[in-house]
Ligand binder design. Structure first.
Ligand SMILES: Cc1cc2nc3c(=O)[nH]c(=O)nc-3n(C[C@H](O)[C@H](O)[C@H](O)COP(=O)(O)OP(=O)(O)OC[C@H]3O[C@@H](n4cnc5c(N)ncnc54)[C@H](O)[C@@H]3O)c2cc1C
Length: 365
């Protein structure tokens, strides 16, 4: 069944992950989509590393990307919880895939090109004009675009969220800094096979690691408690070398963190100075506008679900637009399907996050 005739064109604001997947899903549902991205060029090569859980992989398969996604990153069969000294506390089967954000981004951009979905760079949404027959997006460069509906896939600092509800909450700081990168360290035994992700709450910070394919070393990350949120300037003032030195200091008593960090490559270190979450958003849609992805539900990184929830919601939104004759009906069905799921994930992740953030004292940076 193709989408109702009243929904012909969607303006998708944000060309990160949720925006492109929404555009692809809409095309499959018979809705024309145009993507508008604030940045002037594509974000190839930008971003860290994450795991896509089975629900996210299923959503990507639903837009025909199973083959491409199978060709990037590495499969992760199990999550292993450890005690910080190398001892195993629990093993959880997961069936996910770890990859660099840039790899998934590349797959999505390629598919958008193949499908002929226009992506307009350097178009930062600043406002909308709504009328009975449609919506007009206004951009910072003075340009406009017309559509039947507008989808806010514009991340945690969403402009669309504020246009839907000026009183909407903004993102909240989790009390943690994310630092991660590559190490030449070769893990041994089962750990070295690269089929499992390992997590350990150390005495002063949380550590995650896994073996990269083909003996390429180890990927690691540390969630460092930092009660006072760093300003952008403070974050910029700390070098990669200093972040790595801090991680080494905080994990000096933790195994195998100490050994992994001893061989870590400072040049590969990426820093997310303010890990953030979205609190519950009261209004997911209004009139012809609706939110998808991090703009409406960004769980803590402790959930391992940020990307997966975003792409699942993108696919669900397209399904609802396809199966409901009117926008209010489609948006209400979309929220009803997704809100309970994303709020449960957020609540579970908040518990883990609080445990991480309360470990050890602040770093003083
Ligand atoms: C550079 C970067 C690196 C990331 N790295 C990681 C990571 O390592 N691990 C992880 O778990 N998550 C990471 N994330 C977050 C992760 O990608 C998201 O949780 C998930 O992909 C949800 O994607 P999203 O499309 O909803 O939001 P995002 O990926 O944040 O994309 C939102 C897009 O909207 C654009 N945008 C914002 N405002 C406007 C506007 N007014 N007009 C037009 N466009 C606008 C932004 O430039 C961005 O491209 C990263 C996000 C970014 C932007």
């Amino acid at each position: 069944m193709s989408a109702p005739r009243t929904t012909r064109k969607a303006l998708v604001i944000g060309g990160g992950i949720a925006g492109p997947v929404t555009a692809l899903a809409l095309r499959g549902a018979g809705v024309e989509a145009e993507v508008f991205e604030a940045y002037g060029t594509s974000a190839d090569g930008i971003g860290g590393t994450f795991m896509i859980a089975p629900n996210g992989l299923a959503a990507l398969a639903a837009v025909g990307l199973a083959g491409e996604v199978d060709g990037i990153g590495q499969p992760i069969g199990r999550m292993v919880m450890e005690d910080g000294k190398g001892g195993v506390l629990a093993e959880i089967p997961v069936g996910g895939r770890a990859m660099r954000r840039a790899e998934l981004y590349g797959v999505l951009q390629r598919r958008l090109r193949e499908e002929g979905v226009p992506v307009r760079y350097g178009r930062r949404l600043v406002g909308v004009d709504e009328g009975p027959g449609g919506v007009t997006a206004r951009f910072a460069d003075g340009g406009t675009a017309d559509g039947d509906l507008l989808i806010g896939a514009d991340g945690t600092r969403s402009v669309v969220r504020g246009l839907i509800d000026p009183a909407a909450p903004g993102p909240q700081y989790t009390g943690l800094v994310g630092v991660g990168g590559r190490s030449a360290h070769r893990l041994e035994g089962l750990r070295g096979r690269g089929e499992s992700m390992h997590f350990a709450q150390g005495g002063r910070a949380f550590f995650g690691y896994w073996a990269l394919p083909e003996g390429a070393g180890t990927f690691w990350f540390s969630n460092i408690p930092q009660p006072a949120q760093l300003t952008a300037e403070q974050a910029r003032a700390v070098s990669r070398e200093d972040w790595l030195a801090l991680a080494r200091e905080l994990h000096a008593e933790d195994l195998p963190a100490r050994d992994v960090l001893a061989e870590a490559d400072a040049a590969s270190v990426e820093v997310f100075p303010r890990l953030e979450i979205m609190p519950s958003v009261p209004h997911w849609y209004r009139d012809r506008m609706v939110l998808v992805g991090d703009s409406v539900h960004a769980p803590s990184n402790s959930s391992g679900q940020g990307v997966s929830l975003a792409v699942e919601s993108a696919v669900e939104l397209a399904r609802c637009l396809e199966s409901h004759p009117d926008l209010p009906g489609a948006f209400a069905a979309y929220e009803a399907a997704r809100r309970p799921v994303v709020e449960q994930v957020a609540a579970d992740a908040a518990v883990v996050n609080d445990r991480k953030a309360s470990a050890g004292a602040g770093t003083g940076m």
